[in-house]
Design a protein around this ligand. Structure first.
Ligand SMILES: CC(C)(COP(=O)(O)OP(=O)(O)OC[C@H]1O[C@@H](n2cnc3c(N)ncnc32)[C@H](O)[C@@H]1OP(=O)(O)O)[C@@H](O)C(=O)NCCC(=O)NCCS
Length: 147
């Protein structure tokens, strides 16, 4: 499996990928990428088996009270999109989920990500707004619906 748990030693490479896209820059906040989050196994990396380069990452949290796995960020380096890495990162998150449910919020201007999530079987389950006033759509998928 090209997706495995990342460790703090991977942080700089993952942060570079996160910074390469405006929708994943929030990852560099310690709340999401602090060492504890790596230790908990909440950050996954996609390593290309051919050249061993980290090309994508995912940041999640298993939310005990909500009984679901919340994905905060998933990002693939712009040069390596459309090769299946994003799908494998979501599949890894589902395998890791004790609940078999993944939920996430997508900025309403991020049309490409919405297409990606819908392609994987996610469905809209709510709407909301970030602190800056921009709006988002909440998407959800269960293990049996992941395509
Ligand atoms: C969204 C993102 C993670 C997808 O990663 P990816 O590696 O390019 O996606 P994959 O190659 O695994 O694609 C999986 C499926 O989704 C489809 N898909 C991906 N992007 C798509 C798009 N923009 N429009 C339509 N379909 C798309 C693919 O065609 C593929 O379908 P298939 O399996 O039937 O061929 C990647 O584009 C990215 O990093 N975007 C910037 C960061 C971002 O916006 N993240 C999400 C918000 S947190």
């Amino acid at each position: 499996m090209p997706v495995t748990k990342a460790s703090i030693s991977d942080h700089e490479k993952i942060a570079q990928i996160a910074r390469a896209n405006k929708y994943t820059t929030g990852f560099t906040n310690m709340m999401y990428s602090g060492e504890e989050n790596y230790k908990k196994g909440w950050i996954g990396k996609f390593v290309d088996p051919t050249d061993k380069i980290i090309k994508g990452f995912i940041c999640l949290r298993h939310a005990v009270r909500k009984e679901m796995t919340v994905v905060y960020d998933v990002g693939v380096h712009p040069h390596y999109r459309g090769m299946g890495a994003g799908r494998m990162l979501i599949e890894w998150a589902m395998e890791a989920s004790p609940y078999g449910i993944i939920q996430l919020n997508v900025d309403d201007t991020n049309v490409d990500a919405m297409k990606f999530y819908r392609r994987l079987g996610f469905r809209k389950c709510g709407v909301g707004s970030w602190k800056n006033g921009n709006t988002y759509t909440t998407f959800k998928v269960t293990k049996d619906r992941l395509k």
